[in-house]
Design a protein around this ligand. Structure first.
Ligand code: SAH
Length: 222
């Protein structure tokens, strides 16, 4: 796409700085990652607008602001190990990898996992995509410095707590009584877990088990 970097710049300026995300590393990553390569071809023109977009398989790529906010709340340093639950398009994982994090990302729908893996490899980003049920975390690479959940969860799974290092932190949209979710930051402190609540939001649900079906997703080329 022509001038995508100008669109990314405007997106960061208007939707992200404009809503008070200030972490310079987050802003730089979101200006640099080509978001239009993470959406199906028919949505490439809309890739930088202020909305989530469909990515096939009844799933969505999160709204840019939500990716920025969650990444800022994750408060991760270069070189940290991060577990993501809900790879989807791979865009959130790409932003994290761009910031110099080592990312393991889990997706329960096989064609989405395959497409995201291909896309991230094509961009040379250091992300391992795993087709699995993310409710179990990913024990074989644990512990993680950070865990980010990008699907709406009804509870914090014990596996996520257990796979977090001490002083580690988890960010997740947790279902609240209003029917939507609220962003939770959960810190693994010496005296126990501390929960802090942030923005209200709306994510696709975290579902049990694996899915292999494909409706044939068309992706924009690199
Ligand atoms: N982070 C993504 C947005 C994810 S949408 C992006 O940047 O595009 C949420 C994703 O979580 C969907 O792809 C959905 O299939 C996946 N998901 C839902 N439940 C899951 C589970 N139990 N384990 C792994 N992935 C899950």
């Amino acid at each position: 796409m022509r001038e995508w970097n100008l669109r990314a710049y405007d997106m960061v300026e208007e939707q992200i700085i404009g809503r008070d995300v200030r972490d310079a590393r987050v802003l730089e990553a979101m200006t640099s990652v080509p978001r239009h390569l993470f959406v199906p071809e028919e949505h490439a023109e809309s890739a930088y607008i202020d909305r989530p977009l469909p990515i096939g398989e009844r799933q969505t790529i999160s709204q840019p602001y939500m990716v920025a906010k969650m990444t800022e709340l994750l408060s991760a340093e270069r070189g940290m190990r991060v577990l993501e639950i809900g790879t989807g398009s791979g865009y959130q994982a790409a932003v994290l990898a761009w910031m110099g994090l080592r990312v393991w990302s889990i997706e329960r729908i096989e064609p989405l996992a395959d497409q995201a893996r291909q896309r991230l490899d094509g961009l040379n980003l250091n992300v391992t995509v795993i087709h699995a049920d993310g409710r179990d975390g990913y024990p074989s690479e644990a512990p993680y410095d950070r865990v980010i959940v990008t699907a709406a969860a009804s509870r914090v799974e014990l596996a996520w707590d257990n796979q977090l290092i001490s002083n580690g932190r988890l960010v997740a949209p947790l279902n609240v009584m209003t029917g939507g979710q609220r962003l939770l930051v959960r810190e693994n402190l010496e005296r126990g877990f501390r929960n802090t609540w942030y923005d209200y939001c709306r994510f696709v649900p975290l579902l049990a088990g694996l899915e292999k079906s494909s409706e044939g997703i068309k992706w924009s080329s690199l």
